[in-house]
Design a protein around this ligand. Structure first.
Ligand SMILES: [Zn+2]
Ligand SMILES: [Zn+2]
Length: 645
């Protein structure tokens, strides 16, 4: 049979190349040894012998003499003497080892060149085998973590898993060290492969048989060195690794309480939009396996990060390491939360059916998100997304629909990667308030930071009659038939019950009375911004030079005129902070196909945010700036008037 490249085992040339390189390396080392031998052989070993003899003599002379003579004079002197003796003995031990190593070395150098060459080659291969066994032992066990029995998490690497992994790694490394079969870059490994290789070509097998004998001899020497030196190597590194893990374990135990304190301090109270439960530790979901972690906090599973029980994902376990970026669920009802650790600004939106609540929410959310887009380093996302998609459709199509359920809208504010604020609007169906029967508990009222009461002027018959007299029948087709005073009284009673407000006590929670549909001419002429400015400019002193105060007085007077005094009195009896806002959610008569052009929809929420010192006030800063400019203009006009006088 002709030997061709194709019927040669693929890696045979590589083996021989490696073999060749090692021989070259060994020969060059022998060259170094010879020159070393020439210089050192005669003098150094003799010198070492002399040094050792002198040391031994010194030790013999010292033996017993000064201990007996000095005792029991002075403990410090005694300690110094003991130290000296220990050092002398240690030196003696060191010299003893050095002495015998040198003897072994001399013996080795006296061996024939070819034995030394074989030793060098096998030592180099043994060193490679040791390093490879060590590295592979660690690599194979890199995902071996010890499971915590109480949580669906792994123990921290620095607390238990590290030791667990270390033991497995070094066990494996020792096994690999003793196993001659696996390593390709090894004479023992090559000899094993070659011994098990068969080929029909007798010529090839004959040639390979020649290669096998030296490979087997060097392989045997290699395995002896590998097991001898490798075992020492692995024991030393195992000890170093153990000491390091012991140190990190101590540090971890010290870090746990510190991390817990910071984590607790940075947590914000969370509210469930579904069951209205209050908590500050939601459940977190592993994005890899979907496991629910009820207590993702610093502990024995990790100080800053923990490894999930699926052993595939590292999860942040503290507020400051980004835990809130994980999907979170309410611990009571397991409904997904819009944000995990955001500061809440919760607002209850109250209004009768067809007051324009959905239109108001649609106009507000669109204006709010648009405003937020102008702010750098801040993004606002509406959750649940389908609610906000619906609001967006209503805004652009102009087609409003009747509410069929109570909803909770969340506007989650992200600053960089962190969720920091959550503006939550609870929209409760008027029917539930009027019937004093809530499908879900109304306990969200207990933690609301503000209330918006939406009033539809068209719900008042006199306004509709006036419009009818001027022939406007289009506007009056869509109005709230609910009785505003009954709605407000029912709500106020429910609120007082939930918040435990006794009669005669007042709530400081800000209440924004929003008069909607201010685009209608007969409403606009009474409380439109132009009218308010005009009335204010006519007699600033009457309004204490306060434009906001003027707006409140004018709107309140208008509602009184409409016969809603009972509503206002009921609100005033319970709430201390009440402001009035003329608003138009749609900006015109509701018409399908004509998009909204809202007026003043941001003002009520901006006022509630300011009253609560909420950081979301930043979204409204352009309006704030406008208000400042208006006030500046007022001051300018006032100054001019005083000069004229
Ligand atoms: Zn997982
Ligand atoms: Zn819940």
């Amino acid at each position: 049979m002709i030997i061709t490249r194709s019927n040669l085992p693929k890696n045979i040339p590589c083996y021989f190349l490696f073999y060749f390189v090692l021989i070259i390396l060994a020969l060059s080392l022998i060259g170094c040894d010879q020159s070393y031998n020439e210089v050192m052989a005669d003098d150094t070993i003799d010198d070492v012998g002399v040094v050792l003899d002198l040391t031994n003599e010194a030790l013999e002379q010292d033996d017993g003499d000064f201990i007996l003579s000095e005792l029991p004079v002075d403990f410090s002197a005694l300690n110094a003497i003991i130290d000296e003796i220990i050092m002398q003995n240690l030196n003696a031990v060191g010299q003893f080892i050095l002495y015998y190593l040198l003897i072994v070395w001399t013996f080795f150098l006296s061996l024939p060149v070819y034995i030394r060459a074989v030793s060098y080659i096998s030592m180099i291969a043994a060193f490679i085998g040791t390093i490879a066994s060590h590295a592979l032992g660690i690599y194979r066990n890199k995902n071996e973590w010890q499971k915590h029995p109480g949580h669906d998490l792994m123990y921290s690497y620095f607390i238990n898993s590290g030791t667990f992994q270390r033991k497995k790694s070094y066990n494996d490394a020792h096994k690999l060290l003793r196993d001659r079969k696996w390593l390709l870059v090894s004479f023992a490994g090559l000899a094993f492969r070659l011994g098990n290789y068969s080929n029909k070509s007798k010529i090839l097998m004959f040639i390979l048989a020649f290669a096998y004998i030296p490979l087997a001899i060097i392989g045997f020497c290699e395995m002896v060195f590998r097991i001898l030196f490798g075992t020492i190597w692995l024991l030393v590194f195992n000890l170093i690794h153990s000491l390091m893990l012991f140190g990190t374990k101590l540090i971890s135990f010290l870090m746990i309480p510190i991390s817990k304190i910071f984590d607790n301090a940075m947590r914000n109270v969370q509210y469930c939009p579904h069951c209205y439960n209050t908590f500050n530790m939601p459940e977190f979901i592993c994005p890899e396996c979907g496991r629910v972690h009820k207590e993702l906090i610093p502990g024995r599973c990790g100080v800053l990060f923990v490894r999930c029980g699926c052993n595939k994902k590292i999860l942040p376990c503290a507020t400051f390491t980004g835990r809130s970026r994980l999907v979170a669920k309410c611990p009571a009802c397991t409904v997904e939360l819009a944000a995990a650790n955001a500061r809440h600004l919760s607002i209850a939106l109250i209004g009768g059916e067809s007051t324009g609540k959905t239109a108001f929410l649609s106009a507000f959310s669109k204006s709010y998100i648009d405003n937020a887009k102008k702010k750098k380093a801040l993004t606002v996302n509406g959750k649940p997304a389908n609610y906000f998609d619906e609001l967006s459709r209503i805004f652009s199509s102009g087609k409003t629909s009747k509410e069929s359920e109570s909803r909770t809208y969340s506007l989650v504010h992200r600053y960089g990667k962190r969720e920091k604020d959550n503006l939550v609007i609870y929209d409760t169906l008027a029917d539930y308030i009027l019937a004093d029967s809530y499908p879900r508990s109304p306990k969200y009222l207990g933690y609301c930071d503000g209330i918006i009461v939406l009033i539809d002027p068209l719900s008042v018959r006199s306004v509709r009659d006036t419009l009818a007299t001027v022939g406007d029948t289009k506007t009056t087709t869509d109005y709230s038939a609910d009785e505003v005073d009954k709605l407000v009284v029912q709500f106020k009673n429910q609120y007082a019950k939930i918040c435990g407000i006794k009669s005669g006590k007042m709530s400081r929670i800000p209440v924004a009375i929003v008069v909607n549909k201010v685009d209608i001419e007969i409403v606009k002429s009474e409380i439109g911004w132009d009218t308010i400015s005009e009335l204010y400019n006519q007699n600033m002193a009457a309004y204490d030079n306060d434009l906001d105060g003027a707006k409140n007085q004018i709107c309140r007077a208008y509602l009184e005129k409409l016969g809603l005094i009972n509503v206002l009195n009921n609100i005033d009896a319970t709430f201390l902070n009440v402001d009035y806002f003329p608003v138009s959610a749609i900006g015109h008569v509701s018409e399908e196909g004509v998009k909204f052009t809202p007026i003043g929809v941001l003002n009520p929420v901006a006022w509630i945010a300011r009253k609560n010192h909420s950081s979301i006030s930043v979204i409204f800063s352009p309006d704030g700036l406008c208000l400042k400019l208006v006030k500046l203009h007022e001051k300018f006009v006032k100054t001019l008037r005083s000069i004229k006088r």
